[in-house]
Design a protein around this ligand. Structure first.
Ligand code: ADP
Length: 275
């Protein structure tokens, strides 16, 4: 993500609520893009590998914009009713219960659909009237037509690495979003993040990033997914807990990435070149 937006419009975070804002180290100008999309009522799609900061970014922006955040982890059983709501039976009466999407629309919050490609295509269709200029949510079962307030924003993420022919976003769904691609940050920024998130010293953080970069170069040959920023933070935390650097990297960087003995051995060799 290089410079792609005009001069910063984002308001500075006021000290009064900065305490509650989750730490997020900006990599490009993604905070501005989010702010523009929020101001203009545009839904945002964030693409990127696992553990690269998508969820943290959304949490950071929701806090910064002072909007409540509702996160839905999408899965292949997720139905439209899980998002919109359903009638529940209790004490002999039927009560309507809003789903997370409906609650978020009513509250004027940010609804974050994590791994949206996991959801069935007939489920994501429910998003269509909300993600074009109508910005409405029809609730068939109650006959309600909710108009989304200007503060409501829909954000979705997915990992293109998991994509296959079966799990692909319908073009009619994806073309309703402004989209941004995330990748693992450059070495200096990733080092800052590891230091900040784990408390480890900078030299160790730099070595962890060097290992991750070596793994990432191997990715296409041996690994489905490479070492994420999240795993590097885990390795740093294990080191701070008292594990040797080699052991920490074994459990946080090598084992989570593969089940193949030969691949794990190759990853350990890389680790041993650094620690
Ligand atoms: P994703 O949603 O992409 O799978 P997360 O947002 O959960 O990944 O990121 C994993 C962890 O990595 C976070 O909990 C946070 O500690 C750290 N992280 C990654 N990128 C950043 C960043 N740019 N700023 C701050 N923390 C980050």
């Amino acid at each position: 993500m290089n410079d792609f937006l005009p001069a910063a419009l984002l308001e500075k975070v006021s000290p009064s609520h900065s305490q509650a804002i989750p730490y997020y180290r900006e990599v490009g100008q993604e905070c501005q893009l989010f702010e523009f999309a929020f101001q203009r009522g545009l839904p945002l799609l964030i693409k990127g590998p696992t553990g690269c900061g998508k969820t943290r970014f959304v949490a950071h922006m929701a806090a910064r914009l002072e909007r409540p955040l509702i996160t839905v982890a999408c899965h292949d059983d997720l139905s439209a009713a899980d998002l919109v709501g359903r009638h529940l039976i209790g004490d002999g009466e039927t009560i309507w219960s809003d789903g997370p999407l409906t609650r978020s629309v009513r509250e004027g919050g940010i609804c974050y659909l994590d791994e949206i490609v996991e959801a069935r295509k007939d489920t994501t269709v429910v998003l269509h009237p909300l993600t074009d200029d109508r910005r409405v949510l029809p609730i068939e079962r109650t006959g309600e037509l909710l108009q989304a307030p200007s503060e409501f924003m829909l954000v979705a993420s997915y990992n293109p690495g998991y994509q296959n022919l079966l799990k692909n976003l319908k073009p009619s769904t994806r073309q309703r979003f402004v989209a941004i691609e995330f990748s693992y940050p450059q070495a200096e920024i990733e080092t800052d993040i590891i230091v900040q998130e784990s408390g480890i010293d900078r030299a160790c953080a730099q070595t962890l990033v060097a290992i991750a970069q070596a793994f990432r170069r191997l990715q296409h040959y041996h690994l489905e997914e490479s070492a994420s920023t999240r795993l590097l933070i885990y390795a740093a935390k294990l080191m701070l807990a008292g594990l040797t650097p080699r052991a920490a990297c074994h459990f946080a960087l090598a084992q989570p990435l593969s089940d193949e003995a030969s691949t794990i051995a190759a990853l350990l060799e890389v680790i041993h070149l650094h620690f």
